[in-house]
Design a protein around this ligand. Structure first.
Ligand SMILES: Cc1cc2nc3c(=O)[nH]c(=O)nc-3n(C[C@H](O)[C@H](O)[C@H](O)COP(=O)(O)O)c2cc1C
Length: 400
């Protein structure tokens, strides 16, 4: 059965939802699923904007056929070639053999690498080019590394619709809803949207900044991303989040405590520290076990707040592996501009604190490590209470 939604006059969502996939990009858990969005414009000519992942191709083809209602497909615009959007290109070509594909040089190069039969049907565009399909005229805007190097976004100057590729996307299946005003985004979607942005696009903050700069010069009315809700109201809310995330600015003053503990003593110290912070009025505190929390959530939470406490045991003279993995991921995603407090534990040769500090200061950018480190020898005992109090004071002072 087809399942489509009207976005605005002559424009339809023909994407599909995925509920069975465990791991997006075979890394990131998506318990709430994901949508692969594709949009079909019925103008004098018919234009499809991007395709979908192979897993939902059947549903997608049914949707396209339904909206076309007997018409043929004239154009396919590819803003982003990554296989979760480009995998169904060949199927579209097979069904609509006269279709012409509009994209840029890099995307066509990749289409050939992926062995799509595109020759004889390509129309190459570059930054600033325009194309009219009848009533609608679109402009193509390069957005390199707003996830992959070939990415572009397409702006419909006739109705203010921005086909934004992976920008402004979210994890989460739509399940009948389509628009941001049909969901409670701030309650039900923002955490997944943040986890999507920070883990998928987070590394490319400066590139997102340059896209935002270009976008600020155009009158956008509707944002059609390739995943998650379509934005037709309150655009500033989400643009502001993107601006903060891509500048590596925290959204909130708050503390995330990430602890790594084998026998519970470091965890117990982390809980005592959290309690003292809350008692002193810092209530925006969250705690995560590095062993049990997927690193994509740790990353997302670290982007959210201003302060992070890293509490780790020493493990064979090193940092405990899940904590080390989290630090490596932070570095890979270019995360910066946070204040870090360190709690270390060791039963005979405590090394984790110094190693974490060296990593933060030497391998990452603009990380402020507080001087007052808390060092535990196996467990948090009464004699360490003054050191913990000093660390708590230091965190609170740095939040002012
Ligand atoms: C496999 C293993 C390796 C460890 N290696 C070290 C080490 O190299 N140096 C050290 O001081 N403590 C080491 N420890 C002790 C821990 O760092 C920590 O003090 C102890 O596990 C208590 O903390 P916890 O209850 O939070 O796990 C090791 C513990 C385990 C189980």
């Amino acid at each position: 059965m087809y399942c489509v939604r009207k976005v605005t006059d002559n424009l339809y969502w023909v994407g599909a939802n995925e509920h069975r996939l465990e791991l997006f990009e075979n890394i990131h858990p998506i318990p709430k699923g994901v949508s692969y969005n594709s949009y079909l414009l019925l103008d004098k000519q018919t234009v499809l904007f991007d395709t979908v992942d192979w897993a939902v191709c059947r549903q997608f083809l049914e949707n396209v056929e339904h909206v076309l209602a007997g018409r043929t497909l004239d154009y396919l615009v590819i803003n982003h070639l990554e296989p979760d959007h480009g995998a169904s290109i060949e199927e579209i070509i097979l069904r609509y053999p006269k279709v012409k594909i509009i994209s840029n040089e890099k995307a066509f190069m990749m289409m050939r690498q992926f062995a799509f039969p595109i020759d004889g049907r390509i129309e190459e565009v570059k930054e600033g080019d325009t194309k009219s399909f009848g009533k609608h005229t679109v402009t193509f805007v390069a957005a390199p590394m707003v996830h992959w190097p070939e990415v572009m976004v397409t702006f419909d100057t006739t109705n203010g619709v921005l086909f934004s590729a992976d920008a402004f996307g979210s994890f989460g299946a739509l399940d009948g809803k389509l628009f941001n005003d049909e969901v409670n985004f701030d309650r039900d979607w923002i955490d997944d949207a943040r986890r999507y942005y920070t883990n998928i696009v987070g590394k490319y903050g400066p590139h997102v900044q340059s896209l935002l700069k270009k976008a600020s010069g155009i009158d956008i009315k509707i944002i059609c991303p390739l995943h998650g809700p379509v934005w037709r109201s309150d655009l500033g809310y989400f643009i502001d989040k993107y601006d903060k995330w891509s500048r590596y600015e925290p959204e909130e003053k708050g503390v995330v405590i990430v602890y790594a503990s084998m026998y519970g003593n470091t965890e117990s110290a982390a809980t005592a520290l959290a309690t003292k912070l809350v008692e002193q009025g810092v209530t925006n505190v969250s705690m995560y076990d590095a062993s049990k929390t997927h690193v994509s959530t740790l990353i997302s939470e670290t982007f959210r707040v201003s302060h992070v406490v890293l509490a780790s045991v020493t493990y064979n003279l090193g940092i405990y592996p899940p904590m080390h993995n989290y630090l490596m991921d932070m570095k890979a995603l270019n995360l910066q501009n946070r204040t870090i407090a360190i709690v270390e534990n060791g039963s005979w040769a405590c090394k984790s604190g110094t190693l974490m500090q060296e990593f933060l200061e030497n391998e990452m950018k603009k990380m402020t490590v507080l001087d007052d480190r808390l060092t535990l020898n196996s467990a948090m005992n009464e004699d360490k209470l003054p050191d913990m109090d000093t660390l708590v004071d230091s965190i609170i002072e740095s939040m002012k």
